[in-house]
Write a protein that binds this ligand. Structure first.
Ligand SMILES: CC(C)(COP(=O)(O)OP(=O)(O)OC[C@H]1O[C@@H](n2cnc3c(N)ncnc32)[C@H](O)[C@@H]1OP(=O)(O)O)[C@@H](O)C(=O)NCCC(=O)NCCS
Length: 250
């Protein structure tokens, strides 16, 4: 598994999911192009960040999202409109609402997952050893996950912790429920080297739809995961290029 830069625009079939990885700190002209794509609401949100760096990262994330979705839809990126679900998950408004997406950002990096006719959730987390402690695990992880984490050798604790975190986040983001979905009502795999999996769901976490968790190619210093609704799909992993980001044409 690796991240590939496409030479032509990749085709998204209902049986595949595309995940895009990229930086949020582009050359200045790309930042300007991204800013020009944002809606009035998004510009206001960007203006509310205290640090310019955070405003710029938000602008690039939204500009990149608009560019990628515009390509799939054959529509100009600035013309896309978003609506938010009850718990804040953004979705496309308008004609082609069968295109689903989710975005995650951490530090300088972002991931965008795109799918047709099925919900997706994605998460990327920078590995922060200072966060990966037992108290935080007990607060956010299920009993089974905490036990699995405790049994890991010390040198695997940080990676195991963030495998768990990214997979849980990807699942709650796929479902669109945020923290309205109880984090101890489902178990994910976390042992380094073992595949991403949704191991159990209980009570409110149960869902008539089938969900799959997927690993993504390694991103050094980060953990990342993808959750996809429905039967297994082919996941294709792409790296975005600055030359196309912010272009406002279909
Ligand atoms: C949005 C949320 C679901 C994830 O936030 P996060 O991990 O800090 O941030 P990410 O970068 O991964 O995702 C943010 C993006 O998710 C999208 N998003 C917002 N609400 C969402 C929801 N309910 N479902 C799915 N996606 C959502 C947005 O596009 C947002 O980006 P934007 O603010 O630039 O528009 C957050 O509301 C949340 O509930 N976080 C829980 C954090 C936590 O305590 N986790 C415990 C460890 S498992």
């Amino acid at each position: 598994m690796e991240w590939t830069s496409p030479t032509t625009r990749p085709t998204l079939t209902p049986g595949s999911v595309h995940v895009w990885l990229g930086q949020l700190e582009p050359p200045p002209e790309v930042l300007r192009r991204c800013a020009a794509l944002l809606s009035a609401d998004e510009q206001q949100r960007a203006a509310r960040f205290y640090f310019p760096r955070d405003a710029n990262r938000f602008t690039v994330a939204r500009g990149t999202l608009r560019t990628l979705l515009g390509h799939y839809l054959g529509e100009a990126p600035h013309s896309l409109r978003f609506v938010e679900g009850t718990h804040g998950k953004p979705a496309l408004a308008g004609s082609d609402v069968s295109l689903h997406f989710n975005i995650s950002h951490s530090h300088q990096l972002a991931l965008v997952a795109v799918a047709r006719e099925r919900e997706v959730g994605v998460d990327i987390e920078r590995l922060r050893p200072e966060v990966a402690g037992e108290k935080i695990a007990e607060r956010f992880f299920s009993t089974a996950e905490v036990a699995t984490l405790r049994a890991l050798p010390t040198e695997q604790q940080v990676e195991g912790f963030f495998n768990c975190w990214a997979r849980k986040e990807a699942y709650i983001k796929g479902r669109g429920l945020g923290l309205a979905l109880q984090l101890d009502a489902f178990d994910v795999s976390l042992v380094p080297g073992q595949p991403a999996a949704l191991l159990a769901t209980r009570g409110p976490a149960q869902d008539g739809r089938q969900w799959q968790l997927y690993d993504l190619p390694a991103v050094p210093g980060y953990a990342a995961a993808l959750a996809v609704e429905g039967a297994p799909v082919l996941v294709q992993n792409w790296h975005w290029n600055w030359f196309e980001i912010g272009e406002d044409r279909a």
